[in-house]
Design a protein around this ligand. Sequence first.
Ligand code: PBG
Length: 323
Amino acid sequence: MYRGRRLRATPVSRALIRETSLSVSDLVLPLFVVEGEGICREIPSLPGVFHYSVDRLDGIVEQMRACGVSACLLFGIPDHKDACGSSAYEENGIVQRAMRRLRALWPELYIIGDVCLCEYTDHGHCGLLDGCGHVLNDETLPVLARVAVSYARAGADMVAPSDMMDGHVAAIRAALDEAGFGNVAVMGYSAKYASAFYGPFREAAGSAPSFGDRKSYQMDPANGREALREIAADLDEGADVIMVKPALAYLDVIREASRTFNAPLAAYCVSGEYAMLRLAVDHGVLAESAVWESLLAVKRAGAKIIITYSALDAARRIKEGLL
Ligand code: PBG
């Protein structure tokens, strides 16, 4: 008779048969950078996550170094917004300045820049609008490409377009190559769903759409097979890394993508997933291990790169042998 408990009897036997483990090298920490000076301010919708001004990035870099998290995904919150998101590609834009500062603080840090317009447009949509408030696809592509090239100039190792415009990876790849940045990688937010789980992020980034929603560009949560098509398109266009986002409610999509494609797969454990677990833990409803269980599930489903607001805590636990 099969007795599964035999091998579950001791910590050593459990470790021997453990199928999945998290590594510090899997983790990417999202960072929010704001204008101003001396700012290191906790984000109300994301307890434990902070807004940093460029001059205060040294503190978080120190923490990342100490626990070995060597990759970050940057989001900028500019002072100035307009209809076409022009502050996203300024040479002295908030993200560009943050990248140069991070590079100076830690030359080996892997810097990923999120490429999107929603934090920079006054209407909060991820692309340019026509006169009727529809998001224009092809007209947005050159703007995204311009943002990506300006990130590359500022020292990005990788750019990650999260706008969900069709053809965005191809447009960005071509522009990077033409500008001499053939070595800058592209991570497509390939299967990005129109999800309620982005709520706390939009509060943190001031990027909620001022009207309507993102359903005309982000995917319908009901669709799994369509995700494979989106991912295939990003790969055809030259994506180096593909992504499923959110993670927890889309583990089936992560699994399917990991089995279908021979490309590094990332999963974004988004703000709402983090907030949901964190609030439950803070209120004593869940044990903190619920957070690690969730990250492990994302890895088990097939993701390699895990983008998570819990990266520092997870790394500390991994280093202490607790995860
Ligand atoms: C920008 C962007 C969003 C997130 C990452 N890039 C928000 C959105 O699409 O509305 C969400 C990240 C998170 O919730 O943690 N388009």
